[in-house]
Design a binder for this molecule. Structure first.
Ligand code: IYR
Length: 218
């Protein structure tokens, strides 16, 4: 038998027309930048809980919610994560990355030095669950977790916080450090905090391809 259905409860209806509502949201989102210069200014646990709640509203395959957000504030754990990430990044910059990749990264000014992993007040490590804790299967795993991460970033932006989508690769060391079970694989590492007052960001990353290039009306 199918589950019971109910009339759509509590549907969000903006007070302004959709063009205006979307444009206002765009004004917030367009100012999001990936930040690598974090201040140590604290962010409350309650704030992080709201961000995870926002992410957790994401759609997922068969509503399985195959994500886990491990929110790290313990300085010792952050130091361990920094050590693990820098070891992988050293390999990446010295050996794994090909020339084209290194050329593409040059405008971002990144290297294997990841001080922000200790400075940012929170490191949110998002895990994808290849099955749920009860062993049941999940669907569209990467799509689902990717959507939740996007919502997390949007929520942080709405809260006036800075984030970075950091992907030290491979990321298995995060599961080891955080003691996660085998059915949880690291997906994304998101430092969360405030930018420093003198925070610099790469100018090239401001450039967006034209709307007409990314959008086709047929
Ligand atoms: N993970 C490395 C390299 C890196 C890769 C991409 I693709 C970026 O957009 C940025 C960095 C690092 O964090 O330095």
């Amino acid at each position: 038998m199918t589950e019971p259905f109910v009339p759509y409860p509590d549907r969000y209806i903006p007070k302004v027309p959709p063009e205006q509502a979307a444009a206002e949201f765009y004004e917030v989102l367009r100012r999001r930048r990936s930040v690598r210069m974090f201040s140590d200014r604290p962010v409350s646990q309650e704030t992080i809980e709201w961000l995870v709640r926002c992410a957790h509203t994401a759609p997922s395959g068969a509503n399985k919610q195959p994500w886990r957000f491990v929110c790290v504030q313990d300085p010792a754990k952050k130091a361990e994560i920094r050590r693990g990430a820098e070891a992988e990044e050293r390999e990446f910059y010295e050996r794994r990355a090909n020339d084209e990749w290194l050329r593409d990264l040059a405008p971002l000014g990144t290297d294997d030095h990841k001080e922000f992993l200790e400075v940012a007040p929170w490191l949110v490590v998002v895990f994808q669950m290849s099955k749920l804790d009860d062993g049941s299967q999940v669907y569209y795993l990467k799509e689902s977790v990717g959507l939740a991460c996007g919502m997390f970033l949007a929520a942080a932006q709405m809260a006036g916080l800075a984030t970075l989508t950091h992907t030290p690769s491979p990321m298995a060391f995060l599961g080891d450090i955080l003691g996660r079970p085998k059915h949880e694989r690291p997906f994304l590492l998101i430092p969360v905090g405030y930018p420093t007052d003198d925070c610099m960001v790469p100018s090239k990353a401001l450039e967006r391809r034209e709307l007409a290039d990314v959008m086709k009306i047929v």
